[in-house]
Write a new protein. Structure first.
Length: 73
């Protein structure tokens, strides 16, 4: 999984599914999983991410999508 960019600042209370939608255009096509895989420990923050968090944002491809994780389930 290649790193495309780094998101330098997140708004306080940003949710990973909404971040995936903003970056990838859809939160259901592997973006959440890609962000979790590229940023170990990201899930430890729970439902809302802290403001100012820097994240690695990978390119996603059909091969990189394994299983859909829905944070609200």
């Amino acid at each position: 999984m290649a790193i495309e960019q780094t998101v330098a600042t997140l708004a306080p209370g940003e949710r990973i599914d909404r971040l995936a939608r903003r970056i990838y255009g859809d939160e259901t096509t592997g973006g959440v999983e890609a962000l979790l895989a590229a940023n170990p420990g990201l899930a430890d923050y729970g439902g809302e991410l802290p403001g100012g968090l820097a994240l690695s944002v990978p390119n996603i491809t059909a091969e990189s999508i394994r299983e859909t994780i829905r944070p609200w389930e």
